[in-house]
Ligand binder design. Structure first.
Ligand code: 5GP
Ligand code: ZN
Length: 142
């Protein structure tokens, strides 16, 4: 369902123009207006869902199932050395548009303007601590 005040719903409807990459019944993909790197693409579900927490499994499934072929197309055209996928949820995590989206970010080198190196870190947790954290999350899965 369309959400009245949503920028990405307006993009899906064509009320706001976008550089379309791909579209089908469930998914729309277009160029991010502020290309972090060349080919930076956003993939969104046509149904409005605010973020990952609110997203039904079927919507997530339809959305993510389109990502590989779009990523392959970017790889084919721009031949990036790598590709990062990113999904921000809530302001603290950098979400600025509240319609779920996956960023596909082609990577061209260390100086290409995007830093994903934060994701690896020296492991400071013991096996017991990791199991404890895992058990807490596991216990909350519905
Ligand atoms: P977020 O920060 O929520 O993860 O990502 C939102 C993205 O939407 C940003 O990277 C931003 O550049 C992009 N964006 C914001 N407004 C527009 C717009 O009007 N058109 C397009 N194509 N992208 C937009
Ligand atoms: Zn929306």
């Amino acid at each position: 369902m369309k959400h009245d005040d949503c920028l990405f719903c307006k993009i899906i409807d064509g009320e706001i123009p976008s550089a379309k990459v791909y579209e089908d019944d469930h998914v729309y993909a277009f160029m991010d207006i502020s290309q972090v790197t060349t080919g930076h693409t956003l993939v969104i579900p046509k149904v409005h869902t605010k973020d990952i927490y609110e997203t039904p499994a079927e919507v997530a499934s339809e959305l993510f199932s389109r990502v590989p072929k779009i990523a392959r197309a970017i790889k084919k055209v721009y031949k990036p050395a790598g590709i990062n996928l990113l999904n921000n949820n809530e302001i603290m995590a950098g979400q600025s548009v509240f319609h779920l989206h996956i960023h596909i970010i082609p990577r061209y080198g260390d100086e290409d303007g995007f830093d994903s190196k934060w994701i690896t870190r020296d492991n400071e947790f013991s096996t017991e601590e990791l199991n404890e954290i895992a058990d807490k999350i596991h216990g909350a899965i519905e």
